[in-house]
Design a protein around this ligand. Structure first.
Ligand code: TMP
Length: 233
């Protein structure tokens, strides 16, 4: 598959057109940002790790009935995906209070919650990805009612699958962010699933095995990315 012009460069990935108009090529970068790009850095080897980890998790989800954009890995840091039109919504799934939810609600990080929490953010860097709800999504046409129902159903099913999968590898899936796209008019899972987009804590020690090590200057960043991929393989 031939790589053609770049369609989009995000903070962690580049997306290219290919000679097949139904396929894009995604190249994962080592660049890391936090706080809407205010903090910038490099996590050496991250691109290759996130590419491999996303591929592995997309395959598992596909096997369990979740349609994803993943097609194939073509190099260390590149995958071919279906050419989706991304819905401008970030879907956040939370099992344990942490990060911005802990701050907003005045909870200690690690506080257990009675149910899983679903949140939505409007994917808009200029606005700093503000949190929105189902009404905003329908009111400003970010997705239809039917698309949103599918997004919610998939997000909760993905959570069940991933919580179990990580737990078997001694990792507690605290929270994560998903993005969905439209392909042939249908909602499918897109973007990535990696330590950049998940909070992953060691099941026994609660050691943070994710991008919070970069966001909060906790050190050992490269090592924990590698460790997570090793535990998943
Ligand atoms: P938060 O607690 O900062 O809102 O993050 C919730 C989850 O979403 C966490 O697993 C990290 C992930 N996330 C992203 O993938 N991209 C983002 O831009 C942000 C803010 C969070």
């Amino acid at each position: 598959m031939d790589k053609k012009e770049m369609l989009y460069e995000g903070k962690a990935k580049k997306v290219f057109k290919t000679d097949d108009e139904k396929r894009y090529l995604v190249k994962y970068k080592d660049d890391a940002t936090a706080f809407n790009g205010v903090k910038k850095g490099t996590i050496v080897g991250k691109g290759a790790i996130n590419n491999k980890m996303s591929a592995l998790l997309f395959k598992i989800l596909e096997e369990k009935g979740i349609p994803t954009h993943f097609e194939e890995l073509i190099s260390d840091r590149e995958m071919v995906v279906k050419a989706v039109e991304i819905l401008p919504i970030e879907v956040i799934v939370r099992n344990v209070a942490a990060g911005s939810l802990a701050k907003r609600l005045g909870l200690d990080e690690g506080t257990k919650m009675e149910t899983t929490v679903l949140e939505y953010c409007y994917k808009n860097d200029d606005l700093g990805d503000p949190m929105i709800n189902e009404y905003h999504i329908k009111a400003i046409n970010l997705a239809t009612k039917e698309q949103l129902e599918v997004v919610e159903e998939y997000a909760l099913k993905i959570n069940d699958i991933l919580v179990k999968f990580f737990k078997e590898r001694n990792i507690n899936l605290i929270d994560f962010k998903l993005e969905f796209g439209l392909y042939d008019g249908k909602v499918i899972l897109a973007d990535e699933i990696s330590p950049d987009t998940c909070r992953l804590w060691d099941l026994k020690t609660n050691k943070k095995l994710d991008k919070d090590r970069f966001r909060r200057d906790l050190g050992d960043v490269e090592a924990v990315y590698e460790e997570v991929l090793d535990r998943l393989k």
